[in-house]
Ligand binder design. Structure first.
Ligand SMILES: Nc1nc2c(ncn2[C@@H]2O[C@H](COP(=O)(O)OP(=O)(O)O)[C@@H](O)[C@H]2O)c(=O)[nH]1
Ligand SMILES: [Mg+2]
Length: 319
């Protein structure tokens, strides 16, 4: 396979400290097809990238997600490697990311940072946040992925074009991971090195604000895939609240005080919570039936295509 078939896609926003070396490193490994999508950096990132021989495109909107979506439209190479421009990932590990795709084991490969990260690469908050987000994701989507937020990934152009992506900010990796699962793509993880950011370049990610956004994206997108999870969480919160107020009501009642308004509230909490579980079960049923219908239609279409093809071949033979 020829490395010119692989587009190295680098989103950048003020990464002048690292972008030059990163492009050089990829070239050393043999990748010459490099696309930098720049968010109108003020520190000369775009100029440095151009000098190093990368194709540079300025993004038309705002946010890493918008940049990626714009770039996916521009790329024509059959394989894409996406990598942060901050020098936290190693170019020499790119071939190991491509490997599962080339042997046909995967459509989308995620570089898993959580197995061999360097000291200082993650802050404590980042590490805990990452683990929590991955746990939430795995429960919501019934998969076993370790690092859905990784910025080092490889995929085929066809597989990324199939995804419906709308998120403009740092939720893009989450949306890509969710869409891969909804589109039943083969997703693999490969352990990679993760280095600390250069002191000169600052992270653009706000761990609290972006963390909450990412968490709520996972939760909201789960509504269609796993409604029992979506409604179950709301139900769980209300039933817990009901049990709490209910315990208080019972304790007070044993002491001789009857709390009527709080008893009513307890009943409402529990009824609402149970209703959410019933909603979840019904939605789950609808989703399952819908999936069965879709797969039946797909199967029928496939059969029809095969019969049509056979008819055409028979016709040609008859001539
Ligand atoms: N084009 C573009 N790139 C961005 C934007 N925000 C962040 N990036 C780049 O996306 C990559 C990931 O961002 P980073 O701050 O490293 O996030 P972190 O790796 O999660 O800390 C880096 O190469 C950033 O320069 C943006 O708004 N537009
Ligand atoms: Mg980064």
């Amino acid at each position: 396979m020829n490395y010119t078939d692989v587009c190295i896609l680098i989103p950048t926003l003020n990464e002048a400290a690292t972008i030059g070396d990163l492009i050089k490193d990829f070239k050393k490994v043999g990748f010459s097809n490099i696309l930098v999508i720049d968010g109108n950096s003020k520190d000369g990132t775009a100029q440095i990238a151009e000098l190093e021989g990368a194709r540079v495109v300025l993004q038309t909107g705002k946010g890493k997600g918008q940049a990626m979506i714009q770039a996916f439209e521009l790329i024509e190479s059959p394989y894409v490697i996406m990598v942060d421009g901050d020098g936290t990932y190693l170019a020499k590990e790119a071939p190991s990311l491509l490997e599962p795709i080339l042997v046909g084991k995967a459509d989308h490969v995620i570089g898993n940072r959580l197995e061999k990260y360097s000291p200082g690469a993650f802050t404590k908050l980042n590490l805990v946040g990452n683990r929590l987000i991955n746990l939430l994701f795995d429960i919501a989507y019934g998969v076993q992925l370790r690092d859905i937020l990784s910025g080092y990934r490889a995929f085929t152009l066809d597989s990324i074009r199939e995804l419906e992506l709308n998120k403009t900010g740092f939720e893009i990796e989450t949306e890509i991971s969710v869409e891969c699962i909804l589109k039943k793509q083969l997703v693999e993880e490969v352990p990679i090195t993760y280095l600390p950011r250069s002191e000169k370049g600052e992270t653009k990610l706000n761990p609290v604000k972006d963390g909450i956004r990412i968490g709520s994206t996972i939760y909201r997108l789960a509504k269609v895939h796993n409604p029992m999870f979506y409604f179950g969480i709301i139900g769980f919160v209300f039933i817990m609240a009901g049990l709490l107020t209910g315990t208080y009501v019972v304790i007070e009642w044993l002491d001789g005080t009857t709390r009527i308004p709080l008893s009513v509230l307890t009943a409402l909490f529990i009824i609402f919570g149970l209703q959410m579980f019933i909603f979840g079960m019904l939605s789950d049923l609808i989703v399952t039936l819908h999936r069965q219908t879709v797969s039946l239609i797909q199967e029928k279409n496939k059969q029809r295509e095969i019969t049509n093809r056979e008819k055409i071949i028979d016709g040609e033979d008859g001539k």
